[in-house]
Ligand binder design. Structure first.
Ligand SMILES: Nc1ncnc2c1ncn2[C@@H]1O[C@H](COP(=O)(O)OP(=O)(O)OP(=O)(O)O)[C@@H](O)[C@H]1O
Ligand SMILES: [Mg+2]
Length: 424
């Protein structure tokens, strides 16, 4: 017994640790992402400032070139205008008509129309982005103002790229992280799966030997009714049958179970009948069905195990007094089974955890009943099982949904193939 208590505490610890690790990883990821975006943004701002002062100088140079007749023109051109091979600029007259431009991505092979369209588009973009810089044209001889020209510009390709870089980088990292996580969790699930199957097979195998020996003994006792009391033999037979059922459950879960059409109502009634004799008489069990002939594709020993687990939990939840109501109905090609109890209920924050292997609130629980039920319903029957509703001190309703018809794959009606590699 010591071992069980220890395992429960350990499991609680694992869940707490898992959550803490998740929170720490999330905080770190957010800090890294935020830091990276902040740093790149400050680089972008600095580069923007540089480009702005360069364009101011550029406009001043253009103004000087336009207003001067001196010898310094070629020098200024060489120093300021020519080196600008990154910032897109457009010079227009005061009416907004294009005079010249640089770095607009215009190729010689483009037609006049295409060039005009590109210039117009870029000019629109520049107008929306930054204010234009005015160039005052003066007459060199009279010194009078002759007119104005405008310089429009936008961010260089480098600056634009730098602006988006952290987002692209973070998205790539996020995709990579997600992919790695998926691969790891898949391999972890596959491993868990092998353990489940291996353990189940081994248990069935181990039980098999003493069971066949017990059956032989039973036959031996039967052969001599005068010496051995038939009442005892009957009880022994029941126990052996129970052991056989357990073995068949374990061997079914350890292999690909075959699904057969079974009547759901009679299967559930059979299980309830069996359970009724083993629990307190103060727990009332009731099965209601909208129809008596709802056939479901199932593996009977495994499905009975699910019902047993859920009902046992319900009995545990109501400390001996209360009722369990099972409602069965058909909706299209699905059978819906609601199992409602009047137990102590499950807290909202814990509802998502009840199917996790190892989660238990019981001193002597293993926390395996519901995870086994989920595995049986979802992996072996391709159905669904979930907590439909639960209220503390009022009760809990579990819902199971199973297929009533063979599901069609590629247009053909086929038998449900259990997906053994899926794990929860
Ligand atoms: N009907 C219910 N009402 C209230 N709580 C429930 C109910 N069913 C399950 N739970 C909660 O979910 C937990 C997990 O149930 P599960 O059947 O997986 O494990 P367990 O019953 O604790 O142990 P085991 O079934 O392995 O002996 C339970 O410990 C209990 O806290
Ligand atoms: Mg249980």
């Amino acid at each position: 017994m010591k071992k069980r208590v220890y395992s429960k505490e350990k499991v609680d610890n694992i869940y707490q640790k898992k959550n803490t690790v998740k929170i720490v990883v999330l905080i770190f990821a957010t800090l890294i992402a935020g830091g990276s975006v902040y740093y790149t943004n400050s680089l972008v701002e600095e580069l923007k400032e540089r480009e702005r002062s360069f364009i101011n100088l550029y406009a001043e140079t253009l103004e000087m070139v336009a207003n001067s007749e001196g010898d310094d023109i070629p020098f200024l051109f060489q120093q300021v205008i020519v080196p600008n091979n990154s910032i897109p600029v457009i010079l227009t007259d005061s009416y907004g008509n294009y005079i010249e431009g640089r770095n607009l991505g215009l190729k010689d092979s483009y037609s006049e129309e295409k060039r005009a369209r590109i210039i117009e588009e870029q000019l629109e973009e520049m107008r929306a982005l930054y204010d234009h810089i005015e160039i005052v044209l003066t007459n060199p001889t009279t010194g009078m103002v002759d007119g104005y020209q405008f310089v429009y510009y936008k961010n260089s390709f480098l600056l634009t790229q730098l602006q988006y870089y952290p987002y692209v980088q973070l998205s790539v990292i996020a995709v990579f992280a997600l992919l790695t996580y998926t691969v790891f969790s898949y391999s972890r699930r596959a491993e868990q799966n092998r353990v489940w199957i291996g353990m189940a097979k081994e248990t069935a195998h181990q039980l098999g030997t003493p069971l066949s020996s017990l059956m032989a003994w039973l036959e031996f006792f039967r052969s001599d009714p005068d010496r051995y009391d038939p009442a005892i033999i009957k009880e022994l037979d029941k126990d052996i049958q129970r052991l056989e059922m357990i073995t068949s459950r374990f061997s079914s879960i350890g292999s690909v179970p075959t699904l057969k059409k079974e009547n759901i109502t009679s299967t559930i009634k059979g299980t309830i009948h069996y359970l009724e004799k083993r629990i307190s008489t103060k727990v009332k069990m009731q099965v209601q069905s909208t129809s008596d002939d709802i056939d479901v594709l199932m593996n009977r020993p495994l499905f009975e195990w699910v019902i047993e687990n859920i009902c046992k939990n319900a009995v545990d939840a109501m400390s001996g007094v209360g009722s369990i109501n099972i409602e069965i109905r058909q909706e299209k090609n699905k059978a819906i089974i609601d199992i409602a109890d009047t137990g102590k209920g499950i807290q909202k924050s814990k509802v998502n955890q009840v199917f996790t292997p190892g989660y238990t609130t019981k001193k002597r629980g293993w926390g395996l009943g519901l995870s086994l039920a989920q595995r049986i319903i979802e992996n072996y029957h391709r159905g669904k099982i979930f907590v439909k509703e639960s209220e503390v001190d009022v009760g809990t309703t579990f819902r199971i949904i199973l297929h009533t018809e063979k599901r069609s794959v590629n247009g053909e009606k086929t038998q449900n193939r259990p997906e053994l590699m899926k794990e929860h």
